[in-house]
Design a protein around this ligand. Sequence first.
Ligand SMILES: Nc1nc2c(ncn2[C@@H]2O[C@H](COP(=O)(O)OP(=O)(O)OP(=O)(O)O)[C@@H](O)[C@H]2O)c(=O)[nH]1
Ligand SMILES: [Mg+2]
Length: 329
Amino acid sequence: MIPLELPDPLQLAEAIVQGNRSAVANALNIIDNKRPEAKECSAQLLSALPQKKLLEEGHLIGITGPPGAGKSSLVSALIHIWRKAGVSIGVLAVDPSSRISGGALLGDRLRIKLPQFDEGLFIRSLASRGHLGGLASEVWPMGLVLLACFDLVIIETIGVGQTEIDIANVSDTVCYIAQPASGDSIQYLKSGVMEIPDVLVVNKSDLGTPAKKTARELTRCLVPPESQTDWSIPVHLVSASEGSGIEKLAQIFEEHRAWLSQANKLTSSRVEHQAAWGIKLLREEFGRHGLELVGGETTLLQQWTSHVASPLEIFEVFRKKILTHWKKI
Ligand SMILES: Nc1nc2c(ncn2[C@@H]2O[C@H](COP(=O)(O)OP(=O)(O)OP(=O)(O)O)[C@@H](O)[C@H]2O)c(=O)[nH]1
Ligand SMILES: [Mg+2]
């Protein structure tokens, strides 16, 4: 096998933080590479990214919803508004339903209309799914790389089953895009299986009555917040194709980000998310039985969230611990 030419992880991390887009593209390719030397390089890269950026800064927004609801169209419309305001954006469009890995097909499905060359915008599509369904494990480290480089990170994915849980475990703000006149969204909210998203959007308001009806039905499903300081989930009507309601949506995202900071929830939820992804990776590698060897998932989660170290360092500690027990069997 031809040896991989890998960059120095420390220099790569520095270039990413300085906003170098080709460094970001390079990093995502390394994370996507399954070769052990690439895995080693991405672990070192992630440890070299500034913790302050990964835990306290920027904004990770997850956009999910049924196929064809207009997620990509909406992301394009939002990008125009944010870029006009000088906000830099990294987008990861993940298609876990695709059986084809790579991304050639996805270029078509992405439907994100790009402005001409723009230093402050980076878009990457990823057509892969996790071993156990849901989002591929690469999504988490890729999100962190984007967070280290851009003011705002968007992760777009079709919402089905496990991906709903995964997207909530990678985003500060989860936004669900509903399709007008489709019972799916209502079913989804009523099922109570998943956590309710932070922002509910009904797209295609240009369709008139069906969109308004869906918004009313969604509103009826929501339970009012218990206290005045809790986040009150908005149901917002937009039309990505006509551009209506988009500025207000951008404002809602900003308000949710501000609320997270004010309520001291941003850092704690990012630590919890990192733990959830780390445990997901360990579960994929060793199975539930492997996790039981070191006390089970709940214990791992508690131990993880009480550590102050880079997520990759903690991950390696737990991995070695499981391996040690594993070898004793
Ligand atoms: N009438 C109307 N059509 C829209 C609107 N937004 C998107 N569409 C159309 O809906 C279809 C799906 O749009 P996409 O943006 O690709 O939807 P998506 O949710 O990203 O789709 P997937 O990624 O395939 O799940 C396209 O034909 C769009 O032109 C809207 O505001 N109004
Ligand atoms: Mg799309």
